[in-house]
Write a protein that binds this ligand. Sequence first.
Ligand code: SF4
Ligand code: SF4
Ligand code: SF4
Length: 243
Amino acid sequence: MQKPKISIYDFTDCEGCQIKLIALKEKFLILGKRVDIVNWRLGQENNESGPFDISIIEGAPITQYEIDLLKKLRKESKVLIGLGSCATLGGIPGIIDKAQRKKWYKKIYGDNYRPRGVDALPLSAYVKVDFLIHGCPINENEVIQAMEDLLAGKEPKYCDYSVCFECKQANNPCRLLDNFPCLGPIIQGGCNAICISGGSPCYGCFGLREDAEKKNLIKILEKITDQKEIDRYFSMFLNKVNK
Ligand code: SF4
Ligand code: SF4
Ligand code: SF4
């Protein structure tokens, strides 16, 4: 039986999520016995063009070339997966302050520079995406789980809990109770609350939960900090998604 053909592409990003794939080593090699990775610029020399059974795409498409390639990959792929917050939420490329953009281009690159970037939006702004693997960077085990599900003919599932659930499991004191901001209650779990365990707040790189009670959290945040700070929290990863 022919093995499913997989492609792994990347648009504008830091490639950190693909590095996590490479770091999977044995698990990815075992998976590799059941699939053919036929196109992976970062991982191998010889690459085939589509059609593909599954395309995994990292990064935000910010140039017309990348947007056109994304649309082509959508047509050529039975299943299209977004890998990492740049792909799923616009991520780090999406944080840019548009009002300041021209000034910084001029300061850094000079008067003659003509930027090719259009905007940094998630993949879903342009095409239907079948599954999102959030995170900056991803939790690589979520990739393996999603692939296992797909290979078994099942639809991959999102975690049914928020970052708070994992934060409690890690025995962290709650930042909100100590009057520090945190977006954990409305954010999809899966990262093991790594930031809070390391002493930082959750900025939401795993994306909003389906049932996110955003308004309720904002009411709590308003008692802790000012609107500018609340906007800053939401602008990190969540201002490109319409929820
Ligand atoms: S989601 Fe984060 S780690 Fe992954 S490619 Fe984007 S910036 Fe890099
Ligand atoms: S610190 Fe943040 S993630 Fe942890 S329980 Fe409190 S709100 Fe939730
Ligand atoms: S704690 Fe929040 S910001 Fe940190 S990795 Fe998890 S979802 Fe992302």
